[in-house]
Design a protein around this ligand. Structure first.
Ligand SMILES: Nc1ncnc2c1ncn2[C@@H]1O[C@H](COP(=O)(O)OP(=O)(O)OP(=O)(O)O)[C@@H](O)[C@H]1O
Length: 467
């Protein structure tokens, strides 16, 4: 049995995704922690096989033990000479135990090191099976009697609410895989008791960049992924989402108490050995704003104490092996310097590139086709529209428009994606809805008309953007 796959650390901790680079080629599923020196190292193997993550989601009604399902899936995979590519694996109808207990089996992350839509053959692969059952309860909110916004929300992971979030977030440059590797390396170092005086690392991640680029969602999705991938070591995972802004919008004397209350709760959680706790602090720039206001005298000096209390509490948490602090900010320059220093992974999440814009719109259109809002395109293979990389494989970008080998609907989708330059991922995900609302006949199902309207809507949205 292979241990939980532990990703490798990358040589550099500062990552910028403004100018996307080629995705790193190491798989996430790596068992041995050898440091990597180059950004594009060759794929790592375990016993000369690629370690491939297979995620198995149990039915909500299942009462089977995770280990039993894991073994049943491993046996099923051993007995099948199948190829491995990202996507769902059919559950054999004659395997009643799996049929009764399993909702879906999904192969993950192979595209990171298999290029050109290739597949891996069964003899090249060592599957690493992760079984989990989604928690159906929603977030548990911190209740505020005074009608102020809650200062934190708590989820038990893996939560139903975040199911599919990781897959829905599209970045060009291997950002997701790197974050997964960084986080897993941080956990491994702590687990193995690496001396922090000799090798220094924190478990603090900072994602910064323009609004609507998916930073908060990515933090939540990362926590969800890690809760699935690390569940044999940490069977209980929680995510605490702190609204830094709400901490400072209250009376400052109250803020101090809130910070203390919050961290006392987190401290209690991390004291349990099997717990893995993620603390998400959104809008972390408000820490800097509070400090600055205090220095200029426009806010009570209490605010300095609150910021300092927060930083001290974060330092205290550093000694706990089972906590990861995820933070986001829209403005890098305004982030508290003391805070930036503490984060050891600082990743810039930039606006979506053409490739990413096409992929976001493609996933939206496929969803509308699958739900019968628009009909599928003539000449399109079922529900799926060709991916941007499969189009680019055939042709150089300049040729995409001048050839008959690219289907007309892909050309239109590329045009829409080009027209969306400057829109955030959040605006892109809204665009198909706005386009539909702008149709003269919302029940026409005509896909060509829909794409034309989407191009027009993109133009309108861009013209209405604030300078
Ligand atoms: N790269 C992306 N791929 C797919 N969807 C995206 C992407 N970027 C943003 N989105 C969509 O936008 C939504 C909003 O993103 P989110 O709130 O996480 O962004 P943010 O960067 O934290 O924004 P803000 O800083 O304004 O809070 C996401 O849930 C997702 O649907």
């Amino acid at each position: 049995m292979v241990e939980d796959p532990i990703p490798l650390p990358n040589a550099s901790m500062e990552v910028s995704y403004q100018n996307p680079i080629e995705a790193a080629t190491i798989p996430v599923q790596i068992a041995v922690a050898e440091p990597v020196a180059t950004p594009n190292p060759p794929p790592c193997l375990h016993e000369n096989k690629f370690l491939v993550s297979v995620e198995v989601c149990l039915k909500p009604s299942s009462t089977a033990r995770l280990e039993d399902v894991q073994r049943a899936v491993e046996r099923m995979l051993e007995n099948r000479s199948m190829s491995y590519a990202d996507g769902l694996v059919l559950i054999p109808a004659d395997d009643l135990f799996l049929v009764d207990n399993v909702q879906r089996i999904c192969i993950c992350d192979t595209e990171e090191w298999v290029k050109n839509n290739d597949v891996l053959l069964f003899w090249q692969v060592k599957p690493v099976v992760h079984t989990f059952q989604l928690i159906e309860e929603g977030p548990c909110e911190d209740l505020c009697a005074d009608g102020q916004p809650a200062s934190f929300n708590e989820w038990i992971l893996p939560a139903k609410e975040f199911d599919g979030l990781w897959e829905s977030l599209i970045y060009e440059s291997g950002l997701k895989q790197r974050l997964l590797r960084y986080a897993a390396s941080a956990l491994l170092f702590t687990q193995k008791g690496v001396n922090p005086n000799l090798v220094s690392w924190n478990r603090i991640i900072l994602l910064h960049g323009p609004p609507g680029t998916g930073k908060t969602s990515l933090c939540k999705a990362l926590a969800q992924k890690l809760s699935i991938r690390c569940n044999s070591r940490y069977p209980h995972c929680q995510l605490i989402e702190v609204n830094a802004h709400s901490l400072f919008s209250k009376w400052f004397s109250e803020s101090g108490k809130l910070v203390a209350k919050l961290f006392q709760k987190i401290q209690e959680m991390v004291e349990e050995d099997g717990n893995l706790v993620f603390v998400l602090i959104d809008e972390v720039e408000s820490l800097a704003a509070a400090r600055k206001a205090a220095l200029s005298g426009s806010e009570p000096s209490d605010s300095i104490r609150v910021v300092n209390a927060l930083l001290t509490q974060m330092d205290k948490l550093k000694s706990a092996p089972n906590v990861i602090i995820l933070t986001t900010s829209n403005i890098t320059t305004a982030i508290d310097v003391a805070f930036v220093d503490r984060a050891d992974i600082k990743a810039y999440v930039g606006p979506p590139t053409l490739h990413v814009r096409y992929e976001i719109l493609r996933s939206c259109v496929e969803e509308l086709i699958s739900k019968g809002i628009i009909s599928s395109f003539q000449g399109c293979d079922g529900l799926s529209i060709p991916s941007f990389s499969s189009l680019k494989e055939k042709l150089s970008e300049s040729e995409v428009h001048d050839t008959n080998t690219v289907p007309w609907f892909c050309k239109q989708l590329i045009e829409a994606a080009k027209g969306c330059e400057g829109l955030s991922g959040r605006s892109l995900r809204k665009l198909p809805f706005l386009a539909h609302a702008a149709l003269a006949d919302p029940y026409s199902h005509d896909p060509s008309n829909f794409l034309c309207t989407m191009i027009e809507t993109a133009k309108r949205e861009k013209s209405e953007q604030p300078e």
